[in-house]
Design a protein around this ligand. Sequence first.
Ligand code: ZN
Length: 455
Amino acid sequence: MQTIFARQARLPGGWVQDLRLRIENGAIAALQPDSTSQDGDTRVDTLLPGMANLHSHSFQRAMAGMTEHRAPGKDSFWTWRDLMYRFVEKLTPDHIEAIAALTFMEMLEAGFTSVGEFHYLHHRPGGARYADPTELSQRVFAAAMETGIGLTHLPVLYSYGGAGQQPLSGGQLRFGNSVDSFVALLENTRAAARRNMPADTVVGLAPHSLRATCPEELIKAISLQEGAPLHIHIAEQPAEVRAIQDWLGGRPVEWLLENTPVDSSWCLIHATHMTGKETQQMAQSGAVAGLCPITEANLGDGPFNGPDFLGNDGRFGIGSDSNVRISLPEELRMLEYSQRLRHMARNVMIHEAGSVGASLFLGGAQGGALALGRDSGQIEVGGLADLIAIDSDRPSLCALPPSQLLDGFCFAAGDDAVTDVWSAGRHKVRQGRHASRDSIVATYKHCISDLCAAL
Ligand code: ZN
């Protein structure tokens, strides 16, 4: 059992003062506003619900900064993808674990209490299986255990190299599974999670995209869901939209909504290029929009249609995707700013009047938790103790009353405002620093020099 005393906290009903919060077995057992601090309490300034990072490819963290050099001709998402494939060919299981540990540690320090790891690296370079086909998933598990982040692991079904059942090639061979081999992989991964991982761990599944599967096999994959979260990349790039239209006769989101049982257990990653009708219908399906604003900007994907989606009560969460930059306030800020630039307007990511920072933060926390199948996203008794504390006495925040604090966090604060982080009660970040930072960074640096020598 542990207890936290917060000078102020944001509960579902609004702000409270002098909150004492008790954690038992990873969950919030009691909430007492207007309390006094007692010996043994962990004292913090401002307590907020933890944020789910709903979309990550952790290994891509090690590529950050390697793709910002302009090649002759016109760079695009697809030239970025070519480098990613070359990089993938060199990764060993040790590299994958070390990079994931660094990435998850940085997420926790940023204020992300859980992560949806969209895991498509399954095999050896060239596609040969490891002796244990779940080897690389278990490396991700080990990184989650070392760092304490809440994990929703999403093994990826990736069967084809492009729309129209094109064969896999090159770097893609490490990703490939038929539906039958994927069934075995998924069952073994679920069993390994039950055996080795904390109770808050979730194993969902992720058909990579429409272009990496085909309609019959997608339907088979969906039948494996068993109520767990299902994530899919959708409509990230205009070229992808055209390719799916030519092949299946419909735009990606349009086709998905007409042909599959999309509901609130689904998370559509990116959903960037949608018509007004697709936007409305996706919002009404209950699926969470998995938005990755920093990566979408970095890759030149374009911005999502926020106002139409929120206007139809759509739910969203945020993900750091390529992990080129891991920052909670910056991800939320980029989401709002990309909308302001697209619509040439201010204060866009909010349905009605009120604090845009609160809409971004609290909406993202709830949508993200839903997408990851975690009972969290707000501070309430019975929910997982996914919590972050920020210091409202920082110069960027000290002038703000509680009603404007989340605006300050999203638009004015640096990353250092986050002081403490708990994931399912695991108190791994104190004073902005992860408990195992030194050893995780040392292992990562050793790994990256080995990897760079191989590239
Ligand atoms: Zn992705």
